[in-house]
Design a protein around this ligand. Structure first.
Ligand code: GDP
Ligand code: IMO
Ligand code: MG
Length: 430
């Protein structure tokens, strides 16, 4: 029996949603294990677009269980809104197909405000966060003052837990001259939605254990990408969680041996939204072309994504850090019209050639990419479902990329549509 973890191998938005939705035809259970509604995962099914933020990408299929694990930070209002949006599109979300960890940390309104206050005050050194309160909520979790889903069960407990979190936040808010949060009001607001949220709440570790013993196939759905990992990414320009595959075990309550295959979702070029180093960024016409053809606008914030050439050095580094067994190469079709395609195969720093991204942010900003050049195939690949049908020059690019990153290509995506995908190695049965 194989369980698969899907993670982004770049700076997010690699097409995780599309691939998870596609793979979930074979899975029984799909689990989100980190991040929150900073994620924006797009699925296109028969021309209908779904943009999921907190709900796992298996939710649109019948008879699949969706789980939001303990490692996710959950804005309860955002979750209810997303459930309502899906219901309007004809997808039912109920206690039978959605399980929310009782141990998940809640994102509260003061987290979102703190995210905004900090970003606005940081000027040129802002991170460019999604302003959803993700960082402040994770800080409170590690600081042991969070309100968790289970706390909604009792007003008395909520009262006690709020003393801890509000004494921290109100002290900072007073110092900044911001309005103080009154405990009674926060309790009132939370109690209004408590039952709606609690109906999904269960011990996720126990459910996963049951599913495992029933032989069910589990698909773990990562958010963001390895280069946004708080330990391994381009710190401080990262998110506030661990985005590597190991996080799937922690963020859902199963051991690392429950993950049998790690699939890294990898765009055939590179994008980044928000601030921070980006060695292969193209601030020219080609970058614009990639952005327009690839429709590179943020799913969550509608911000324009920065675009650049495929960075083999970075993806190879992500593969090693996250233990990626194979990759799903996405958005190949976006390169269709280019005369020349480049791939970064090393960097130059202070006259020396290096084969990895250095840890110091100032060095990351200074490295100069060394490129290998490929002739463009200048033929449409959109919608191709067999490897053999790809143009020869596209195969040369793909094979060279595969060799360089030192991981197998498991699938290739050629359009946003669910079924426009070439299967090479099935991660559930490889
Ligand atoms: P995620 O955050 O990793 O799930 O990715 P997003 O959904 O934020 O961004 C990926 C975008 O690319 C979405 O608009 C997808 O519909 C789209 N997409 C995914 N795969 C392909 C592909 O192979 N070709 C094209 N043209 N678009 C794709
Ligand atoms: P998906 O799952 C791309 C980026 C933000 C910012 C940094 C920190 O759709 O791939 P945060 O709000 O998390 O504190 O922001 O991380 N970021 C993402 N970029 N895709 C995402 O998610 C992202 N989630 C956060 O733009 O640079
Ligand atoms: Mg996204």
């Amino acid at each position: 029996m194989k369980n698969v973890a899907v993670v982004g191998s770049q700076w997010g938005d690699e097409g995780k949603g599309k691939i998870v939705d596609w793979l979930s035809s074979e899975a029984d259970v799909v689990v989100r294990f980190q991040g929150g509604h900073n994620a924006g995962h797009t699925l296109v099914i028969n021309g209908i677009t779904y943009k999921l933020r907190l709900l796992p990408s298996g939710i649109v299929r019948q008879n699949k269980i969706s789980i939001i694990g303990n490692g996710v930070v959950v804005d309860p209002w955002a979750l209810l809104e997303e459930i309502e949006e899906l219901k309007l599109k004809g997808t039912d979300v109920n206690e039978n197909n959605l399980i929310l960890s009782e141990a998940a940390t809640l994102i509260l309104p003061f987290h979102r405000e703190m995210d905004e206050i900090r970003e606005d005050a940081a000027g040129n050194s802002k991170i460019g966060t999604t302003r959803r309160g993700i960082g402040p909520a994770y800080e409170d979790k590690i600081g042991r003052r969070s309100i968790r889903v289970m706390d909604l069960k009792s007003e008395k407990n909520l009262d006690h837990r709020l003393d801890a979190i509000l004494s921290h936040h109100n002290t900072i808010r007073k110092g900044l001259g911001k309005k103080i949060y009154e405990k009674e009001q926060v309790i009132k607001d939370l109690l209004k939605i408590a039952q709606e949220i609690l109906k999904y709440s269960q011990p996720v570790w126990k459910k996963i254990d049951e599913f495992k013993s029933q032989g069910k196939k589990i698909l773990f759905e990562g958010a963001q990408g390895i280069l946004l990992d708080v330990d391994h990414g381009t710190y401080p320009f990262v998110t506030s969680s661990n985005t590597v595959a190991a996080s799937a075990a922690i963020g859902s309550g199963c051991g690392p041996n429950s993950i049998n295959y790690v699939l890294g979702i990898t765009k055939a070029y590179t994008t980044r939204v928000g601030e921070g180093p980006f060695p292969t960024e193209l601030t020219n016409e080609i970058g614009e072309k990639l952005g327009t053809k690839g429709k590179e606008f943020g799913t969550v914030t509608s911000r324009k994504r920065r675009c650049g050439w495929f960075d083999g050095v970075l993806v190879r580094q992500s593969i090693k850090i996250s233990g990626i067994d194979g990759i799903a190469l996405t958005k190949l079709d976006v390169l269709d019209e280019l005369d020349e395609i480049k791939m970064c195969i090393a960097y130059e720093l202070d006259g020396k050639k290096i084969d990895y991204l250095p840890a110091v942010v100032n060095d990351q900003l200074r490295v100069k990419p060394i490129y290998k050049s490929f002739e463009g195939w200048k033929k449409p690949t959109n919608g191709i479902k067999n490897f053999d049908d790809l143009p020869e020059k596209a195969k040369i690019y793909i094979n060279s990329l595969e060799k360089f990153i030192e991981a197998k290509i498991s699938s290739i995506s050629t359009s946003p549509e669910r079924d426009d995908t070439i299967l090479i190695i099935n991660p559930f049965s490889s």
